[in-house]
Design a binder for this molecule. Structure first.
Ligand code: URA
Length: 204
């Protein structure tokens, strides 16, 4: 089917309306009472690729943007290795509020936030989604498999092809898994028609 050209400005405005709604959300009492601010999502409103993480941490809660702390810095290096800039992608999380003490999101919290995630996916219409870590992968796809068994293949969600890989925070604790993430992303890049020989050389 031919792709209909969509107007990024119109989609940005729609995303901004959702971000405003989310900013006063009270669906999860504990999260609403403890957050500094909500963290909706950033990036290209017509991105080919959407990244979905788990939930904001302390740095994201302070800045209002996903993946700006230590894990985000590693994610930025991964993005650069793929030949992209952050602004090429759309980046968001399963939750839009920081769970206190960085605990895992509760199933009820993920369910409360799902309408917002689905609105973002419906507006951006990414061809590809990368789920970073178990929480993102299991929640988006409604599966219980460990992330190690969800890697290296594509799932479908709505009209997007979904690739799951390890979370950057896991890579900070287990640097030897970086090669696994790179393997996963190469699968994505090849599927997207990107010639791996054109990628930037890794910094020494
Ligand atoms: N970890 C995530 O999963 N998301 C963020 O935004 C930051 C850290």
């Amino acid at each position: 089917m031919p792709k209909v050209k969509r107007d990024p400005k119109t989609i940005s405005l729609e995303l901004a309306k959702w971000a405003k709604t989310v900013s006063t959300c009270q669906r999860c009492q504990e999260l609403a009472a403890t957050r500094t601010q909500t963290v909706f999502g950033v990036g290209n409103p017509t991105a080919r690729v959407m990244f979905i993480g788990e939930a904001p941490g302390a740095d994201e809660d302070e800045k209002g943007e996903p993946f700006v702390g230590r894990a985000g810095q590693l994610l930025n290096k991964i993005i650069a290795a793929c030949g992209w800039e952050r602004s090429d992608l759309y980046i968001c999380n399963i939750l839009r509020c920081r769970p206190p003490g960085n605990r895992n999101p509760l199933p009820s919290e993920a369910a409360n936030c799902r309408e917002y995630l689905d609105a973002q996916i419906a507006l951006v219409q990414p061809e590809y989604i990368v789920c970073w870590g178990t929480i993102a992968a299991q929640n988006l796809l409604g599966l219980t498999d460990p992330i190690s068994r969800m890697r290296k293949k594509f799932f479908e969600y709505k009209n997007s092809r979904v690739l799951c890989t390890y979370h950057p925070s896991y890579l900070l604790r287990n640097p030897s898994a970086k090669k696994d993430v790179w393997e996963d992303l190469q699968i994505l890049l090849v599927e997207m028609g990107i010639d791996l020989n054109t990628l930037p050389k890794p910094a020494k």
